[in-house]
Write a protein of this length. Sequence first.
Length: 268
Amino acid sequence: MAGLEPLYAWARPAISRPQDALVCGIHWELIRHGYRCLGAGDQPGPDERKSELLPAGWEANKEVYTLRYKSTDDAYELLLKAIMVEDSMILNVMDRRSQKVADVTLAVADYINPEHLDDFHKVYKNTEELRTRITSGIIAPLGPPAEKGRKEPESKEDVPWEENPLRLPPRQPMGARAPHRPSPLSPFAVGGEDLDPFGGRSGGMIVDPLRSGIPRAGIDPSSGIPGRLPPGAVPPGARFDPFGPVGVGRPGPDPDHLPPPGYDDMFM
């Protein structure tokens, strides 16, 4: 129970019975969970302020301890009464704003060594069990206060659009080359470009030899085809069905410069 040792050393002159030491431990558990003590007694006093220390006169009544707490975010205001019944301590805690009530009964001898009140390292025992009882019996039923200074989640770096299937690729500026398409041989690419023509996918029904997925030094129609298309006539990245041979200076004769065989045979 880190932090309890200096508190116990500060409160040691007022601790004369085992129940005093137990109240000190319960007080520190409330502090750990985001509460601060306002004072002793049922009614507020003048110039009260939140403190991690026990207030003056907290141990005056050995049979009924009454302490008031407020959460650091001011969302909860607790009234704690620790009542001694023979060898047990009954904790009754009420949130004054929601009127919720929580009760826990602790056997003092289970958590305090009465013969070691002067030695902090021996006075407490079963501290983990005590913390669990306070957390499950008081903190959880009444609602834990919000923690201040909680760090905001760090923003993750943007994932490249090629690796993020939920992110649309950026549109290319005029004159820029179209983004690389995945291989049309993928079985999941069939018909993809028809469904999403601007999504950078492949697999449409139009056979485009300029973007067939096979690496080649082709011509980008968005930059224009000399003698056929001016620059910008085809949007960047758009599918393009050539209406004639593309490229300049194609080798070989024009396939249409000769008449078909037997064109002058009147019997054909």
